[in-house]
Write a protein that binds this ligand. Structure first.
Ligand code: SAH
Length: 364
C-alpha cells in the first residue's frame, strides 16, 4: 500500500519520466502539504527517532557553553545572529540558552533565528523557548546577515542525496521509476554514464556512492556568511569523512523501512559526508571529531557528576544511561561526529584538537 504522496510521485514519473533519488527525497520530506517534515512530529518516543538533545539536557547545556565561549572569542558582537537549523522540539536551544544565562551580555546580544519548515514543530519550539521570541525562516538564506553562531544537530542528514552505482561502463545514477504495473515505485539505473562521474573516484563494479548537492550548497552559503561577518557553525550528525557507500535509509516508528515505501509517512536520511561539507564551506574547519570525544572534552562527565550530586538513585541511573548513550563508542559516541566551521581569524575551539601536523590528531 502506498501513500497519497506516493501516488502523486508516481503520476509525475508517468508523465515526465524517472526522477533522481534526490528529487524523490526532496518530495518525500519537503512536499508543501504531504512531505514528512511538513506534517509529522518526527522526534521523540512517539515519533520515528530520538536525538541527542532529547536524550539528556547535558547535550544542549554543553553546546550552550560552547556558543557563549565562541561569542566571547568573537569579541562579543551585538547583535549576534544565533541560528539553529531544524530545531526539532526546541529542546537543544532551550537547554543551551538556560546554560548560558550567566554569561554577561550574551543573551542581550542574541537575535534568535530558527530555520524550520514544520509548523507543528515551530509551535513546540515556541513553547520550549518560553519567553523568548525567535524569528522563523524556511531557508538559511533568509536569515539576516551579520556575525553568526549556528547550530545544526541531525539536520544535514535530512538533505537530499543522489545515489550512483559503478557498472562495467562507468558510474550510473540510481533513479526512481515505475514498476511494470505503472503504479508502484521502483529503483533502476539510468542508462549510460552520469555526468557526476567526473566527481566520483574509480571503484570496482557494484560499488555505490552518494552526493548531496543541497548539503554542499548549504555549507557553502554558511561558509560565505561566516567569511563576510565572522562567526562559527557547529554541525553534529552521523556520517563519514569522504569515501564511498550508499547510506540512504528509511525509518518509521523507530524501525527500518523500504526507502520507497509510503513517502511522506517515512523518515529518510543519509550519512553526512563531512569532508564534502568542509570543502564546500571554503573556511577553516575543525574536526570532524566523534561526538563522544567532543562532549568529554567539553566536560560532560563532570556535568553528569554535578547533576547526580543532587539526584535520587533512580535519577542517577537515568543520568548514567543518558551519558553512555551520548558518548559510548558503541552508541552515539563515534557514529555521530562534530564539525566546526570558523571564520578566517579562527584558532582551535573547545572540543577539537589542533589540526597542525605537530599536534595530536583526531584521525588514527
Ligand atoms: N535538531 C533537532 C531535530 C532533528 S530532526 C534535534 O536534534 O532533536 C530534523 C529537523 O529539521 C526537524 O526540526 C525538521 O522539521 C527540520 N527540517 C528538515 N528538513 C528541513 C528543511 N529542508 N528545511 C528546514 N527544516 C527542515
Amino acid at each position: 500500500m502506498t501513500s497519497e504522496l506516493g501516488r502523486l510521485i508516481a503520476r509525475r514519473i508517468a508523465l515526465a519520466g524517472p526522477i533522481s533519488l534526490a528529487d524523490f527525497m526532496a518530495e518525500a520530506l519537503g512536499h508543501p502539504r504531504l512531505g514528512y517534515y511538513r506534517r509529522a512530529l518526527p522526534v521523540g518516543a512517539a515519533g520515528d527517532f530520538t536525538t541527542a538533545p532529547e536524550i539528556s539536557q547535558m547535550f544542549g547545556e554543553l553546546l550552550g557553553a560552547w556558543l557563549a565561549e565562541r561569542w566571547l572569542a568573537m569579541g562579543r558582537p551585538a547583535p549576534l545572529r544565533l541560528v539553529e537549523l531544524g530545531p526539532g522540539r526546541g529542546t537543544l536551544m532551550a537547554d543551551a540558552l538556560r546554560a548560558s544565562r550567566g554569561v554577561a551580555g550574551f543573551h542581550a546580544a542574541i537575535d534568535l533565528h530558527l530555520v524550520e519548515i514544520n509548523p507543528r514543530l515551530r509551535a513546540l519550539q515556541q513553547v520550549a523557548l518560553d519567553g523568548i521570541t525567535p524569528r522563523w525562516h524556511e531557508r538559511f538564506d533568509d536569515v539576516p546577515e551579520g556575525p553568526t553562531l549556528l547550530l545544526a544537530n541531525e539536520f544535514f542528514d535530512a538533505l537530499p542525496v543522489r545515489q550512483f552505482e559503478r557498472t562495467a561502463g562507468g558510474w550510473s545514477e540510481r533513479m526512481v521509476g515505475l514498476a511494470a504495473d505503472g503504479e508502484a515505485l521502483r529503483l533502476a539505473l539510468a542508462p549510460g554514464v552520469t555526468p557526476y562521474a567526473a566527481l566520483l573516484p574509480e571503484a570496482p563494479v557494484g560499488a555505490r556512492a552518494e552526493i548531496s548537492e543541497s548539503g554542499q550548497r548549504l555549507a557553502a552559503a554558511i561558509g560565505a556568511r561566516l567569511g563576510r561577518h565572522g562567526g562559527w557553525a557547529l554541525i553534529v550528525d552521523y556520517g563519514r569523512d569522504g569515501g564511498l557507500g550508499a547510506s540512504l535509509q528509511a525509518v518509521r516508528s523507530h524501525r527500518g523501512a523500504d526507502i520507497l515505501d509510503r513517502p511522506g509517512e517515512t523518515d529518510l536520511s543519509a550519512h553526512v559526508d563531512f569532508a564534502a561539507l568542509a570543502r564546500a564551506a571554503g573556511c577553516p574547519t575543525f574536526g570532524p571529531v566523534g561526538q563522544g570525544d567532543f562532549l568529554v572534552r567539553l566536560g560532560i562527565v563532570e556535568r553528569a557528576q554535578a547533576l547526580k550530586a543532587r539526584a535520587t538513585p533512580a535519577q542517577c541511573g537515568t543520568i548514567d544511561a543518558a551519558l553512555a548513550r551520548l558518548i559510548a563508542p558503541d552508541q552515539m559516541g563515534t557514529l555521530f561526529r562534530v564539525l566546526a566551521v570558523g571564520d578566517s581569524r579562527s584558532a582551535v575551539p573547545a572540543g577539537f584538537f589542533d589540526p597542525s601536523p605537530a599536534g595530536p590528531s583526531d584521525t588514527p
